[in-house]
Design a protein around this ligand. Structure first.
Ligand code: NAD
Ligand code: LMR
Ligand code: MG
Length: 562
């Protein structure tokens, strides 16, 4: 079966057509197409449907022994036939998201130079800084609408992965398509190769990136600016997603560019939106308001401070003053609870510092206040882990939290799985199954007291595909804070606990396409309200979302006259 959409006029033929993953249909080329496009004899005789092809590739998938092998296999299908890849993934979404995305993508980044097979995406390397326009013109895709770019300094919680971090832009964009319906023809993964400070990579003879320490300071910012300006020349309306930049660069780059082009930082803003959406849904489950919560963070970096600021805004929407809201947020980083007596705090942490007077006596004289002491004294109802450090939510900390709060919400959001602050099994065991748990990486259900408890995956993958769809459908020129808040609200409104009064905090991954469409609608309407998109009726907005939602099905081809 091919799509009932109009035929596509293409100018490729013969082996070149089979080697173009966006157009290749492999055994599904019709008899007529095989003749018209010089494919006779290049394929086995039988014409197959995409359903038949999916059976074959899924059978082969089952031969793989490890998740990394599964990842490599799926990536090879993606590089051969994108339509088939997306059809396979969408047919087995629950099973395959953890393979093409977190956590397996982390391992794929670490092994990138060893498992490298075929080019995908664009590498903008520092030594080529005078040729960035040419580099962007080498992209095989002409009409790019979404770019995910990383300089790979903070890949998940795994640190500097050099060019190996390309796995992340590729993985994120695979979700833009499989979860948010953005055609793969419109997506482009990009790595800024500014060197690496990872000694293992620098000493690895197989390492494929620029073998040089990272450039820093003005040189770095000037290079990123050359890239951004070249992107603006090549694709002026593109949505640019900054991903997995280290803390020192993430917020400065966002501040610099958020009013200059349509962009957002996923680790700061996408994460904030999914966390606030989760918190809203959890509050509903507990019959409480967000303004009643006391929130403690472990890790005051891009994700931690991004989430904290959005919680402050959500509490203000709930009637608190800014000062009242900030008093309810406690940020613990490596040196302990962040207070205004600490010197040399970056601005984004200082804004969230507790007043020293309010926390007097929480620790022994002269010592910084630990996470345990913060939990003992602040009595949080919500604990968020974004430190990338395994095991820091100890039994004592979780039990202390539980002693003050009957149903604590515990969110160890660090990725990948190896970096989690405490596993769902640990948290639920220590709280006798009473905690609400949401993790960054996927986990199987936990059985406590003969009850099976599903674990919500609080990952920005719930947000960015819908935001992208909303931006594209409304042709928004910017991503505003209000748009991200509406994305969070829309996610919460899809939560089973909110809709049905019972069940999971977050909607099942299997419903992610519907969730993305709802987020897209909320985002598009807010873009119109904020004046960054042309105002149109709700019906037209909905129609545009449907029209832009790509399906992995084959189209008929006709020969292009040019
Ligand atoms: N679930 C999601 O959707 C999601 C989204 C973004 C980030 N994350 C994860 O969150 C983690 C952090 O990401 P980020 O962008 O904020 O990184 P970041 O480097 O900006 O922040 C990490 C912070 O943790 C602090 N830290 C390190 N060791 C600590 C310790 N022992 N005690 C207390 N604090 C400590 C660091 O000083 C830093 O401020 C990563 O593992 C990332 O994968 C998850
Ligand atoms: O990539 C993910 O799984 C989420 C997030 O963007 C992260 O950096 O951990
Ligand atoms: Mg990230």
């Amino acid at each position: 079966m091919t799509s009932n959409k109009r035929p596509l006029h293409i100018h490729y033929s013969g082996p070149k057509l089979l080697d173009t993953p966006l157009l290749n249909k492999s055994s599904a080329f019709t008899r007529e197409e095989r003749q018209e496009f010089n494919l006779m004899g290049l394929l086995p005789y039988t014409m197959e449907t995409i359903e038949e092809q999916v059976v074959r590739v899924y059978d082969q998938y089952k031969f793989c022994n490890t998740d990394l092998e599964r990842h490599i296999y799926l990536r090879s299908i993606q590089d051969d036939n994108e339509t088939l890849f997306y059809r396979l993934v969408e047919d087995h979404l629950d099973e395959m998201l953890p393979i093409i995305y977190t956590p397996t993508v982390g391992e794929a980044c670490q092994e990138f130079s060893k498992i490298y097979r075929k080019h995908r995406g664009i590498f903008v390397s520092y030594p080529d800084k005078d040729r960035i326009d040419d580099i962007l013109y080498s992209a095989t895709k002409q009409n790019v609408k979404v770019i995910v770019v990383s300089d790979c300094e903070r890949i998940l919680g795994l640190g500097d992965q050099g060019v190996g971090g390309m796995g992340i832009p590729i993985g994120k964009l695979s979700l833009y398509t499989s979860c948010g319906g953005i055609s793969p023809a419109y997506t482009l993964p990009i790595v800024l190769d500014v060197g690496t400070n990872n000694p293992d990579l620098l000493n690895d003879p197989m390492y494929m990136g620029w073998r040089h320490e990272r450039i820093t300071g003005d040189e770095y910012y000037e290079f990123v600016d050359l890239f951004v300006q070249a992107v603006k020349r090549r694709w002026p309306s593109v949505l640019l997603q900054f991903e997995d930049f280290a803390q020192h660069a993430a917020l400065p780059l966002l501040e610099k560019y958020k009013d200059e082009l349509c962009c957002f930082n996923d680790d700061i803003q996408g994460t904030a939106a999914v966390a606030v959406g989760t918190l809203w849904a959890a509050c509903k489950a507990k019959g409480e308001k967000i303004s009643q919560q006391v929130v403690t963070f472990l890790g005051a970096g891009s994700a931690g401070c991004g989430i904290a600021e959005q919680i402050v805004s959500a509490m203000m929407l709930d009637g608190l003053t800014e000062e009242q809201a900030r008093q309810r947020i406690f940020m613990v980083d490596r040196w302990g609870l962040i207070t205004d007596s600490m010197s040399h705090l970056p601005d984004f942490q200082r804004r969230l510092a507790q007043k020293e007077d309010n926390v007097k006596g929480w620790s022994a004289e002269g010592k910084d206040i630990s996470l345990l002491e913060t939990v003992q004294n602040a009595k949080p109802t919500v604990l968020v882990g974004v430190s990338a450090q395994r095991g820091l939510f100890t039994e004592e900390i979780i039990k202390t939290m539980h002693s003050h709060c009957a149903k604590p919400l515990v969110m160890p959001l660090s990725n990948p799985t190896s970096r989690i602050e405490a596993t769902p099994k640990e948290i639920l065991t220590w709280t006798d199954g009473e905690a609400l748990v949401a993790t960054g990486s996927p986990f199987t259900p936990v059985t406590i007291n003969d009850k099976e408890i599903a674990i919500a995956q609080c990952n920005n993958s719930y947000i960015f595909p819908g935001v992208g769809l909303g931006v594209i459908a409304s042709r928004a020129k910017r991503v505003t804070e209000n748009m991200m808040m509406k994305a969070a609200e829309a996610l919460a409104s899809c939560s089973p606990i909110v809709v049905e009064g019972e069940g999971a905090i977050l909607p099942p991954m299997l419903s992610i396409q519907d969730v993305s469409k709802k987020i897209a609608f909320a985002v598009a309407k807010q873009a119109q309200k904020d004046g960054v998109a042309l105002e149109v009726s709700d019906e037209k907005t909905l129609q545009s979302i449907e029209d832009n939602f790509w399906q992995p099905e084959y189209r008929l081809y006709r020969r292009s006259s040019v």
